[in-house]
Design a protein around this ligand. Structure first.
Ligand code: PLP
Length: 357
């Protein structure tokens, strides 16, 4: 196979051992002689996978007993609705740090009063708003910890006077998180913990049941906590691959080790962006994401954009074209991205510089 370096924003690169185990599971799941996609979810072999997956989440993120983790279909976009459906009684505040945050806010507006407490839309979401105060009269504050499209990230767990809800689609498991600070953490699996087709939610159990609206059975987190994420047929294959991905995270030394690797990779790439006269970063320095590194051609070199994309593609770089709303380039360097992948991209940038400087 051609040597490639995958920087896709999502679905993302997954660890090779997880891919290998997935292939094995498609041939013979847990010695049953049946492909994992044909197994009944009511078998003890499958229940063992569910139990182990939950246990891995709890261990890796040090999730306290007050919280439960569930795995559901529908993607993070469905998670937007779940958040409002289960937690919004009257009013909610959203920190508008990008398009995903805006979409989450839109879902809440359909169920109650919801507004952006601050926004960085004025500079195309290239920074995290700092100059705002968390209201005290809301049911919750919703944040998006990593803004996948713009390459900005909230690096610390916030302390706020109201329940905190976070979309962590693209930085979950990339760093340690103090789960006790959140009433809800959710996200799509396909950015850092598995393939598309499943989303995760870590829910503070005693925060549920406080809204007076009717919640449809499938949209009620209590249904899925009580049912162990098996009220109905779960997304079996995505969960199976997520299980294998989390085992890999654990074998690497857990989330602390992931964090150290991620800092090293991000430092290497940002360092080159800052050094190389042909390129410039788009996100505010203090808010730079460890997961999605966005950059454009520096002033005076704009016309080289297409040429660099071709140049990098020829050298095996995959998925570095920036999102259309930012332009330029975006390298997504999630957990499974290796230091050697980043090194290859940096080498490519240097080589391109030598051709044009
Ligand atoms: C990708 C993404 C989403 C949407 O995820 P889906 O699973 O496609 O619905 C939401 N929030 C963030 C931060 C994302 O990166």
């Amino acid at each position: 196979m051609k040597e490639v370096h995958v920087f896709n924003a999502g679905p993302c690169k997954l660890p090779q051992p997880a891919i290998d185990a997935a292939i094995e599971g498609l041939k013979d799941f847990a010695g049953t002689g049946i492909p994992v996609i044909e197994i009944s979810h009511r078998t003890k072999e499958w229940e063992a996978v569910m139990d182990e997956t939950r246990a891995l989440w709890k261990e890796l993120l040090d999730i306290p007993d007050t919280h439960e983790v569930v795995f559901l279909g529908g993607g993070a976009s469905m998670g937007f609705l779940y958040a409002a459906m289960n937690f919004l009684e009257k009013k909610a505040a959203y920190l508008e740090t990008g398009v995903w945050a805006k979409k989450a806010l839109k879902e809440a507006k359909g169920l109650g009063e919801a507004y952006a407490v601050a926004s960085s839309a004025d500079r195309n979401y290239s920074y995290i708003p700092k100059d705002w105060e968390c209201p005290t009269d809301v049911d919750y504050l919703h944040i998006t910890t990593n803004n996948t499209i713009y390459g900005t990230e909230i690096h610390e767990d916030m302390t706020v006077p109201v329940p905190l809800i976070a979309d962590m689609s693209s930085d979950i498991m990339s760093r340690p998180v103090d789960v006790s600070k959140y009433d809800l953490i959710y996200g799509g699996a396909q950015k850092n913990v598995g393939p598309a087709g499943v989303f995760f939610a870590i829910v503070r159990k005693d925060a549920l049941g406080r809204v007076s609206r009717y919640i449809p059975t499938m949209l009620d987190y209590r249904t899925h906590i009580d049912g162990g994420s098996m009220f109905n047929t779960p997304p079996v294959f995505p969960i199976f691959v997520m299980n294998q991905t989390l085992k890999w995270v654990k074998a690497q030394g857990g989330v602390e080790a992931m964090y150290r690797r991620n800092v090293e990779k991000a430092d290497m790439l940002y360092c080159e962006i800052d050094r190389n006269p042909l390129f410039t970063g788009t996100a505010a320095r203090e808010d730079r994401s460890l997961m999605n590194v966005c950059f454009v051609m520096a002033p005076g070199y704009e016309t080289l954009q297409d040429e660099f994309l071709r140049f990098a593609t020829e050298r095996g770089m995959v998925g570095i074209k920036g999102h259309r709303s930012v332009g330029g380039f975006r390298a997504s360097i999630y957990n499974a991205c290796e230091l050697s992948d980043v090194r290859a991209l940096v080498a490519c940038m240097k080589e391109f510089e030598n051709l044009h400087e």
